[in-house]
Design a protein around this ligand. Structure first.
Ligand code: SF4
Length: 475
């Protein structure tokens, strides 16, 4: 997510570059909303940021406030209707909203919106269409904030935010104001930056660097920030109980981003060093699975004294493809993305470092590929503990049954992926590398200790679609 308030800037282009910097956080759809003070225009479509936007489109988005979003879906299908920013209107204002995270009381909030609207949702711009938690939240923000049926977007947000549970870093706007808010746990990152004359909010500090904004601070858990021509104001809508996502350090965030004042790259290198101490092995070469395994492989090589090299070449241009690969290519699967350097690998005892194992299919393919390229031994090292529990706060891993560590021990996983040895960094080692105390982190996908409990009926990606189908059947 990216938001900007800047009277002297081409805010649509800034949002475009901000989203470009944040493309790794979502590749399904992209959108930018712009306001000139009296009217909001939203442009969004399915695809990557440069597929959705070009210079002629950006030139039509004129104003001094912008909100941008690139989507990775965890609630609701990957369809145009669920692309963000979402857009809804009230009699007095319009709202465009971008959301990173995943709510865990979506059905409860949807029921609240229907009850408040009292007409099946028509007064809120048609909630029955909503199939994402974000759309429900947007509808909630546009409910009248008081009994007299009045109150703008700010009042609506302040009334609604304490009702939402789960992960929500939000950037939103009405015609005249830019807002940023973060859930009390601060599961997902959100930072504030300063332009010479203006403000920026973004999911990661790397996006601030790219648009030339200086880092000011993180948006605090439980905080709502308001930015308009009168300046920046901050309010606390809930007491903070910080539990930032540990997986941001492992995989999600860019290496050139900082979280809680600590560089993600430095954390990943340190994890690699700890991995070398916890799981040493006699070997000739340390190679990363690029790019996410690279910093930890550097750390592993530094601490072990084993030479570091590039043994796998990544095709960085493989993202979402609309062309279904043929059966022959699908069977080669991973080769679309990674190809081994045979003359580097052949005859070597190789340590291959990756960031995580989710289902195990990628690592199995990599081990087979390295053996095919002539590796004498393949030792797999993973810079996170086994992912054994699903995430309800914004990462669509899989169900526990689909997670390989949900059912198998480390030794069984080693056999399953065909490695000579397998070592995961310990949860203590990973946590220590962040320099944050364990009590300030969410580590639930590793240890099953969820900061917020999730009712079984609120679990699953297609809650609202299922609810609409069962209501239609019942009706
Ligand atoms: S469960 Fe894992 S991925 Fe989800 S928020 Fe917690 S640490 Fe992050």
């Amino acid at each position: 997510m990216f938001g900007v308030w800047a009277p002297d800037e081409d805010v649509a282009t800034l949002a475009y570059f901000g989203l470009y910097a944040l493309q790794h956080r979502g590749q399904e759809s992209a959108g930018i909303a712009v306001s000139d003070g009296s009217r909001i225009v939203v442009f969004k479509d399915m695809g990557l940021v440069p597929q959705v936007f070009n210079a002629p489109v950006l030139s039509t988005l004129r104003g001094h406030i912008a909100v941008g979003h690139c989507r990775y879906s965890t609630s609701g299908s990957s369809v145009w209707h669920n692309a963000q920013p979402t857009f809804r209107t009230t009699p007095s204002a319009s709202l465009a909203l971008g959301h990173n995270g995943n709510l865990i009381n979506t059905l409860e909030l949807a029921a609240l919106v229907r009850a408040s609207a009292g007409d099946g949702g028509q007064a809120t711009g048609g909630l029955p269409e909503a199939t994402s938690d974000t759309d429900v939240l947007t509808a909630l923000f546009t409910l009248p904030a008081d009994d007299a049926g009045e109150g703008g977007i700010e009042a609506g947000a302040l009334a609604a935010l304490p009702l939402a549970r789960g992960a929500y870093s939000l950037v939103f706007m009405d015609e005249r104001t830019l807002y940023a808010a973060r859930d009390p746990q601060g599961f997902r990152p959100l930072v504030l930056g300063r332009l010479e004359r203006g403000w920026v909010v973004a999911s990661e500090t790397a996006a601030l660097d790219i648009v030339g904004a200086s880092f000011v601070r993180e948006v605090e858990p439980g905080e709502l920030i308001t930015i308009d021509e009168r300046g920046l104001r901050s309010r606390t809508f809930a007491s903070p109980q910080p539990r930032g996502c540990l997986f941001e350090y492992v995989y999600l965030a860019r290496p050139d981003t900082s979280i809680a004042g600590r560089s993600v790259q430095a954390t990943r290198v340190e994890v690699g060093r700890r991995l070398a101490v916890e799981h040493p092995v006699d070997a000739d070469l340390v190679i990363p699975v690029p790019e996410s395994g690279t910093p930890a492989a550097i750390g592993y090589a530094q601490a072990s004294g084993i030479p570091y090299g590039q043994g796998l070449v990544k095709n960085s241009y493989v993202g979402r493809t609309f062309i279904e690969p043929s059966q022959t290519i699908r069977q080669r699967g991973i080769r679309l993305k990674l190809n081994p350097l045979r003359d580097v690998i052949a005859g070597q005892r190789v340590v291959v470092v990756d960031d995580s194992i989710v289902r195990g299919n990628t690592q199995r393919a990599i081990v087979a590929m390295l053996r095919e390229a002539g590796a004498a031994e393949v030792h797999v090292r993973i810079s996170s503990p086994p992912v054994a529990w699903p995430c309800f706060y914004g990462i669509d891993f899989a169900t526990r049954a689909e997670l390989i560590a949900g059912g198998l021990s480390a030794e069984e996983i080693r056999v399953s992926i065909g490695a000579d040895t397998l070592g995961y960094v310990s949860l203590e080692g990973l946590t220590a590398a962040t320099t944050l105390p364990a009590g300030r982190l969410c580590r639930a996908c590793f240890d099953g200790d969820y900061p917020l409990g999730v009712a079984s009926e609120e679990q699953g990606k297609h809650l609202l679609e299922r609810a609409v189908v069962s209501a239609a059947r019942a009706g």
